[in-house]
Each structure stands twice: as C-alpha cells, then as structure tokens.
Ligand binder design. Structure first.
Ligand SMILES: Nc1nc2c(ncn2[C@@H]2O[C@H](COP(=O)(O)OP(=O)(O)OP(=O)(O)O)[C@@H](O)[C@H]2O)c(=O)[nH]1
Ligand SMILES: [Mg+2]
Length: 300
C-alpha cells in the first residue's frame, strides 16, 4: 500500500477541480464556467487496494484584489506546501502568454517536488493547437540551473477522459509513503455540511451572470441530518440590494431554480430526502470585511 499527497494548481478556470474529480471518479469539488469557483483548498481521496492518493484542489492562481482573494491565495499556498507531487494545469485552448510561462517557470524554481504539467481541454483545442504548445513547453523537461525539470507534459481532457488514466499511472508511480492517511470510504476531508454549501454555490454560479456570481457567499445556518432526511437552511450572501433582486428573480423564479437544482444535487449526494430553505442576505462589501468572511468560513 503506497500513499501520498498530490497538489493541483493553475490559473482560474483551467479545469483543476474537474481534473481532481476525474482522477478520483467522483464529484468532490464544484465546477463552473465562471473563474474563481474554488475558494478553499479541498482534499479529494482515492483509495484502492494498492494505493491511497490524496489530491488537493486549490483556488486558481491570481493576484488578490480583496480580502477573500488573499484568503484564497493563502489556501493555495498552504494547501500545496508539503505535497509529494505537484500537478500544474493549463488550458490547451488558451493562448500561452509569456506571463503564463513565467508562472510555470517560477513554480519549478528550486522545486524538488516531482512536477507534472497537464494541458487540459484537448477535446476543444484539438491537436493543431496542442502540438505547438507541447513544442513550446518541451524545454521545461530539461533542468536549467536552479529551474528544475518537469517530469512529464500530459495533454488531457476532463470532458472525454483522454489521458486521465495515463496521468493517474504517473502519479501512482510517485507515491512513497506506506501509511493510509484516511479510512477507506472517505472521499474528502470536508464535512457534508460544507459540501452542501458548495453545491448551492455551484448552482448559483451556474445560473447567475455578470458580476453577481463573484460576490456570492454561502452560510449554512441549519444542517439537521436524520435517518431518512436532511434539513438544510442556508443564506446566499450578496454584496448589493440590486444583486439580491437578481438572485431572487422575477416572482422568485431564480431562487426557486437555484434551490430546486441544489436540492436535487444534495439528494443525490446523501441519498435521502432533502428539505432546503434558502434566504438571500445583503452584506455590503463582505469580501473585504474580516468578520463577514469568518461568518462565511473564509478564515485562517
Ligand atoms: N471542454 C472542456 N471543458 C472543460 C474541461 N475541463 C474543465 N472544463 C470546463 O472548464 C470550466 C472550469 O472548470 P473547473 O474545473 O471549475 O476549473 P478550475 O480550474 O477548478 O477553476 P477555478 O476553481 O475557478 O480556479 C468548467 O465549465 C468545466 O466544465 C475539459 O477537459 N474540456
Ligand atoms: Mg476549481
């Protein structure tokens, strides 16, 4: 039995959470088309007869502009601080700028942790785009001074599953520890209460547009799990009265849709009846206020 910790980092929206979910084969982290979906370092655990991999999905790398952004950056840094393997993800669909490359180079500086580069979204990019990327990045497979070498560059698709097995096999070969860190059956380090909050946030991110989604937070006020049912009461926190009106929607249509989709997703997760009551609260500028942030669980 081998085990180890695998950190997944990369810019926002490249598919880090999708990749962790694919590698584990279960939906652990929420995924959305909006950047900055993941706000906490979230562990996802894959246990088989031969190994236990503990993945750490992290918030996208970016320069923070708010207190929430600073919290997210800290989560990323501390989340991958002592990992055994690092996976850097880029979006194969996007133009690779000098800034993107500099970021990868920086991560490889004096870095003795085995590091893999994943070029994701190959289903959209196609090999006409992927080949030039591979060509441009292949120099990173050779060490240069204090810049360590990448172990491999692997094109993947989380949409159709291409090369996920290949990546997983590489990662298995890096596992060195011989203890089981989590009991068999554990899929994440997070509580069901946290996971439910994330599910509601995912549905809100999915249906809301423009600047509203980024200003949304979730507080679970009640989480009452019984033998055959779960009662959840939650506040969707937003930054402005105008956002509150959008979240509620005409005749309450929007909040109803978010609530119903969340309820169904939570039901699938817990395999019990779910009663969900959602409220919308305005907390002006919460993303910059420490006391509000701690109410939302973004603390430390
Ligand atoms: N076509 C395609 N879309 C993908 C792939 N992987 C992820 N996506 C989509 O890309 C978007 C972002 O995916 P996430 O997994 O949330 O990305 P992330 O890197 O975790 O994003 P943040 O948490 O915001 O940093 C979602 O709409 C995904 O469905 C892929 O391989 N192909
Ligand atoms: Mg994510």
């Amino acid at each position: 039995m081998k085990s180890g910790f695998i950190g997944i980092i990369g810019e926002p929206n490249v598919g880090k959470s999708s990749l962790m979910n694919r590698l584990i084969g279960e939906k652990i982290s929420i995924v959305s088309p909006k950047p900055q979906t993941t706000r906490d370092a979230i562990r996802g655990i894959l246990t088989t007869d031969e190994y236990q991999m503990i993945f750490i999905d992290t918030p996208g790398l970016l320069t923070p502009k708010t207190e929430l952004g600073r919290y997210m950056s800290k989560e990323t840094d501390s989340g991958v601080k002592d990992v055994d393997v690092l996976v850097i993800v880029i979006d194969g669909n996007k133009r690779l700028s000098d800034k993107n490359i500099a970021l990868i180079e920086k991560k490889l500086k004096n870095n003795l942790t085995p590091t893999y580069l994943v070029i994701n979204k190959t289903d959209e990019a196609g090999f006409e785009r992927i080949y030039p990327l591979l060509n441009r990045l292949s120099y990173l497979l050779t060490k240069d001074g204090d810049r360590e070498a990448l172990k491999e560059i692997i094109p993947t698709s989380c949409k159709n599953g291409s090369n996920i097995d290949v990546l997983r096999n590489y990662l298995v070969s890096e596992l060195k520890d011989d203890i089981m860190y989590y009991p068999e059956g554990d899929l994440t380090d997070r509580s069901l209460r946290f996971v439910c909050g994330e599910i509601i946030r995912e549905k809100a991110l999915l249906y809301l547009q423009d600047e509203v989604p980024h200003g949304i937070g979730l507080i679970i006020n009640k989480f009452d799990e019984k033998q055959s049912s779960v009662l959840v009461e939650a506040d969707i926190v937003c930054e402005k009265e105008s956002h509150k009106r959008i979240i509620i929607g005409e005749n309450g249509q929007m909040i109803k849709q978010i609530g119903e989709q969340s309820r169904l997703a939570i039901m699938r997760k817990v395999d019990k009846n779910v009663y969900l009551n959602l409220f919308v609260k305005v907390r002006v500028g919460w993303r910059n206020k420490k006391n509000f942030l701690s109410d939302l669980g973004y603390e430390g």
